[in-house]
Design a protein around this ligand. Structure first.
Ligand SMILES: [Zn+2]
Length: 286
């Protein structure tokens, strides 16, 4: 049974959201989702403008979920029974009162565990919220570096952050200004801090790790990889203790980032990288 569709971009919602944006920038909303501890700056809750110059390469998608390229939100962003926009970036949560810095990308590859859990679900006939038992899915998607960069954080202890095990990579726009990508809730990490990675490098495997129990529960019911793109709020990081603290990131809208700079799938990228072997010239026998 499919769990409900809601229309969330109604004009009423947009007006409400605008009002709440102003109100919410004044205080911190503790969350059980994809954030770490309370944010230190309100810039964490406003998307920065993407530079027109862009990166030197076109990004590739961070997972093999190619529905992002087709704009099929329902096929790539996590939704819950009560909120179809739950996995989308922006003021998508708690009736528009909680900001989500990244996008929660659904897996395209998983195994089903024998364990079942109760998940909320919308009855397609009555529209009422109900629940059903579902086998817990264990995601297996590969996670890729979207651009060339340097790995600046590998957080391997899932108990340390709402992001669970996560990787942060520093890249540069074409004018040399740095920016960051962050890949969260991984099950394993395949890179090391300080390592240079090329675009398309396998950096980890999608997982369901998070510090707090409520987030882990959400991840069990709705497996995903939280993908974030951002710039440094404080370039030397002194006010955060660590330059590469996720709280020092002002996010860019990650779907806009992928669309604006013409991202391609990992599959397409791999095909371009390894062109067919050249045809051998044949010489007729004399
Ligand atoms: Zn998230």
């Amino acid at each position: 049974m499919f769990c409900g569709i809601f229309s969330f971009l109604s004009s009423e919602f947009c007006v409400l959201r605008s009002v709440l944006c102003v109100l919410c920038s004044a205080f911190w909303v503790l969350s059980s989702g994809c954030t770490t501890s309370p944010k230190v700056s309100s810039l964490n809750q406003v998307f920065a403008s993407l530079p027109s110059s862009g990166p030197r390469q076109s990004p590739i998608l961070p997972t093999d979920n190619e529905q992002i390229l087709r704009g099929n939100i329902g096929q790539y962003a996590v939704r819950t029974a009560a909120n179809e926009s739950y996995g989308m970036p922006g003021w998508s949560r708690n009736n528009g009162t909680r900001f989500h810095e990244g996008v929660d990308i659904q897996p395209v590859s998983w195994t089903e565990s024998k364990y079942k859990m109760k998940v909320a679900c919308k009855d397609p006939v009555t529209g009422r919220l109900t629940s059903r038992l579902q086998n817990v899915r264990i995601p297996k998607d590969r996670i890729y570096a979207v651009l060339d960069g340097i790995v600046v954080i590998t957080s391997t202890n899932p108990a340390r952050s709402g992001y669970g095990k996560y990787v942060m990579i520093e890249h540069a726009w074409s004018d040399g200004t740095p920016f960051l990508t962050l890949y969260a809730h991984l099950s394993s990490i395949h890179v090391k801090e300080g390592q240079s990675v090329s675009q398309g490098a396998l950096i980890g495997i999608m997982g369901q790790t998070a510090k707090d129990a409520a987030s882990r529960e959400y991840l069990r019911a709705n497996p995903h990889m939280h993908f974030e793109v951002g710039r440094l709020i404080d370039p030397d990081g002194s006010s955060f203790g660590n330059k590469y603290d996720p709280r020092n990131m002002q996010p860019f809208q990650p779907i806009d980032f992928l669309e604006r700079y013409n991202s391609i799938s990992h599959r397409e990228w791999a095909a371009k990288k390894s062109p067919r072997a050249p045809m051998l010239a044949t010489v007729a026998a004399h």
